[in-house]
Structure formats: C-alpha cells, structure tokens
Design a protein around this ligand. Structure first.
Ligand code: FRU
Length: 478
C-alpha cells in the first residue's frame, strides 16, 4: 500500500472502531454536520455541482486534536440530508505531507477542481506552504495535480486557504497571508487556465491604506459578489477585544466594497463581525445553481480549550453551522437558515405567552432537536429564555442589549456575549443536542454556540421581570 492508501484504510478503520462510542454520545448532533470520528474544523470546497452539494472539511480522523489534515467529504441533494463520501484528499505527497489544509472548489469543463494549501514542515520543523490543485470527473475521487502557486517574496509561510472564482473570463484566487512584518493580509492571484497562477499583490490588510493595525495573520478569506457589491470575508487573528466586539480568541467577519482586479485593490468599509456567539470561524460560501449565496462555517474557533469539550470522551469534536442564505441590507450581511430546513419541521405547536413578573415552561418535547420562532408583541422591560439549564438568552429593552450566556465547558463558569439591537422583532432558534443557533431579527444578528446541557435537563423556560406578550411557534426537527 502507498501512503495515500494507508491513510485511507487507517481512517476507515478508525470510523469502524469508534462508531458505537460516537453514536452513544448524548451530545451527538441530530441535524448538524459532525465528523464520524476525530476532529472537524473548516468547511472546504463548498459547491453545488450537477445538482449535488459537496461540502468537504478539514478532518483529523486519528485523534481529537489538530495535525496533518485530510479532506473529508459530505454530499447532499437538499442541504439537509448529508452523506459521508470517501476521503477526497490525504496528506501523502511531498507538497502536502503535513496537511491538506483549507481551500475551495470550482467546476470547469465538466471537471471539479479543488484548490488547497499543502502544509509542509521541513527537517528542522520550519513551515513551507504550497497552493495545490486536485481534479475529479465524478466528484468523488480526486487526482492531485501538484503545486500551482508558490510563496511570493515579502510573506511568511503563513500563506494559505485559496478561494477561487471566475470573473470576465479570468480566474482569481484570494489567499490569507502574513507579511514578514507580521501583518495580516488578503492577497490576489490571477490565472487564465487554472494551472499557471500569477501573483498580483495585496488587496487589503493590517497597516494598509484603509486599515490601521488589524491582526498579525488573516485566515480563510472568501471574496464574492452579493447584491451588487463585493464582499471579502476573512478571519483576522490578533485583534484586541473592544467593548462587546472581538470577544473570541480569533475573529470572523467581512468588509463590503469594490474589488479592482486590474490594479489590485479592494476599497471597503469597516470590518463587521459575522457572528455574536462563542463558536464561529472559517466560514465559506458558494453560489448555488439557483443563484443563492450560501454560507457554512465551522462551529468552533482555533486555539480554544477544545480538549475540555465533553464529546472528546466519545472520540469526536466540533461541527458545522447550518447552511445560511446571505443577503446585503444597507451594506450589512443578513443570514437566514436556508429554506430547505423547513422540510424538517414536524409537530408544530403555537402558544401565546403573556407574563407579568413570571416564568413559564415552554411545551417542548425534544429540546435536543427543536426549532423555535418567537415574536414579541409587547416587552415592557426585559425577558429571558433559559435553555436546559446550560444557556440563557436575555433581552434588555432599556439598554437595547441582547446577551447569550452559557456555562463554560472548561470550568462551568457563566460566560457571556452581547450585541446591541435597535429593536427586537423576532428570534429563530435552532436547538440541537449540543448546539444552538439564534437568528435575531431575520438574521440581522446571529449567535452561534456549542452548549452542553446535563442530559435529563430538558426544560426551556421563558421569564419576564415586568410584562411581556410573546408568540411562540415550535417544531420538532425531524
Ligand atoms: C483555520 C485554519 C486554516 C488552515 C486550517 C488547517 O481554522 O487554521 O487557516 O488551512 O485551519 O486545518
């Protein structure tokens, strides 16, 4: 067996060996994508091709930690039911031997192309980086084509995560980078044939014309057109927390503006965070065959204390967010769970809850797989929803602040994330066994988090300090 075959066989054996242990985990997710075993991080190569959605992911099947990543592969015809496919890429060549790192997919001439970063450590442990290509005619088995772009001068080997797209007959690739002065950047390459790539330069970054100091490294950029504007999503590392902003270890957000490919540059507005919760990173988007711009992100953040997550005992860790459709409203990204998710709604229940200084338990049968839609009709002061004793959502009308609290999986202490709202119109909440996604005001703000309720605590409470009237619709997600 060669190295590639060996890694594949080893991964298959691990999945087999730990299937029951993973399945027995009460925190195993019911409708979020998770790894069959081991660690999952970034979504990769997200594309709809010949009617089928392909979502690859950074996968470490051999332990619940990071390392030389493979590309795992899920496919779906409806963004709801996913099938685990055979491994797409293994770190088995000189140019990717320490990891087939993140990247993207495009289709051209009936061939699916994957662009990814080959992570390499030399004999002394120094990092090398290569941008690589692999192709497939059936979307399942891929043939590596080797290195297509190398590290330009002026950057460190933290240079990765190619996202490729076509514009006016030409191909472009944006990458996350770090300059030798340790500044995070997004850089642009161009190609006419997908094989020969030319470095065009920086388009924006820390200490450029448009930004002051803004992180020592930028990861996982994504550049696309949305409702007539250009959007750059990027994950800067090294931002200091500011009031309610930048509370996680690393950030994930976007700039709206205009990309100039000819004289490479991106004129843009301020950085906006994509998510207000605890666990959101490395989002990737694709434009599907119906023209929607859909985003999926890793429900995790690098360099957090992931070894304290209770799923580690069951030999797996992390998951993806639900797929979300993006739009721009007044230069702000709005995220909505894709419409297909409604096909999972069963057992609809409606309640009009009116409370005055009181508490009421919601009539929810399976809070580990429930969708809620809550629209307040009257809020005199504040109200909160408590989820299975493990998380709380609190809205305070007077100061216009909405807060998500959870019990830390590290030390059980309460931790909180906040954001400001002009008003609260509605909440669309997805509860899975160990994940919560809260879409506020039709997706103007989103809180994404893992949470780990004690099995057996199934109560969802709503309570108010003064008067509230809220309509609640709930469904079992089946
Ligand atoms: C982001 C990231 C990427 C890299 C990948 C490795 O989470 O660090 O920059 O390609 O993960 O798994």
């Amino acid at each position: 067996m060669n190295q590639d075959q060996e890694l594949r066989q080893k991964a298959i054996n691990r999945v087999e060996e730990y299937r029951d242990i993973v399945n027995l985990d009460p925190y195993r997710l019911h409708y979020h994508i998770m790894p069959p075993v081991g660690l999952l991080n970034d979504p990769n190569g997200f594309i709809q091709w010949k009617g089928v959605y392909h979502l690859f992911y950074q996968w470490m099947p051999f332990k619940t930690g990071h390392g030389a990543k493979l590309w795992g592969h899920y496919s779906s015809t409806d963004l709801v039911n996913w099938r685990h496919e055979e491994i797409a890429l293994t770190p088995s060549d000189w140019f990717d031997k320490n990891g087939c790192y993140s990247g993207s997919a495009i289709a051209e001439n009936d061939v699916l192309h994957l662009f990814y970063t080959g992570n390499v450590r030399d004999g002394e442990g120094n990092r090398e980086t290569y941008q690589c290509l692999a192709v497939s005619k059936d979307g399942i088995s891929f043939e590596k084509q080797g290195v297509v772009a190398r590290l330009p001068k002026g950057y460190t080997a933290h240079f990765r995560d190619p996202k490729v797209w076509k514009k006016s007959g030409s191909w472009y690739m944006v990458l996350g980078a770090q300059t030798e002065k340790l500044e995070g950047r997004a850089v642009l390459f161009q190609s006419d044939n997908l094989k020969d790539w030319q470095f065009l330069g920086d388009i924006t970054g820390s200490n450029t014309d448009q930004l002051g100091e803004f992180g020592y490294m930028w990861e996982c950029p994504d550049m696309f057109e949305l409702d007539g504007k250009d959007v750059l999503i990027v994950c800067p590392q090294g931002l200091e927390a500011e009031e309610m902003l930048y509370q996680n270890v690393y950030q994930s957000g976007y700039f709206v503006g205009e990309l100039n490919e000819q004289k490479p540059g991106f004129t843009h507005g301020d950085f906006e965070e994509l998510d207000r919760g605890f666990d959101f990173y490395a989002p990737q988007t694709t434009k599907d065959e119906s023209g929607r711009r859909i985003l999926v992100a890793w429900m995790g953040v690098p360099d957090q204390d992931e070894q304290s997550q209770p799923t580690i005992q069951h030999q797996w860790v992390h998951c993806m967010t639900l797929p979300r459709e993006l739009h721009l409203q007044n230069d702000k990204i709005v995220q909505k769970p894709v419409a297909e998710l409604r096909t999972l709604r069963q057992n609809e229940k409606r309640a009009a809850i009116s409370l005055n200084q009181g508490t009421e338990k919601l009539d929810i049968v399976q809070p580990d797989k429930t969708e809620l839609f809550i629209s307040p009709q009257l809020i005199e002061d504040s109200f909160e929803i408590s989820f299975r004793g493990a998380a709380r959502l609190i809205y305070n009308k007077a100061d216009g602040i909405i807060t998500l609290e959870r019990n830390s999986y590290v030390d059980e202490r309460t931790e909180a994330r906040h954001c400001r709202l002009h008003e609260l119109r509605d909440l669309n909440i997805f509860l899975d066994a160990s994940a919560i996604e809260i879409f506020v005001n039709g997706g103007e703000e989103v809180f994404t988090a893992r949470y780990f309720p004690y099995p057996g605590n199934n109560d969802v409470w709503i309570s108010a300090r003064k008067e509230i009237i809220v309509n609640v619709t709930s469904w079992t997600v089946a």
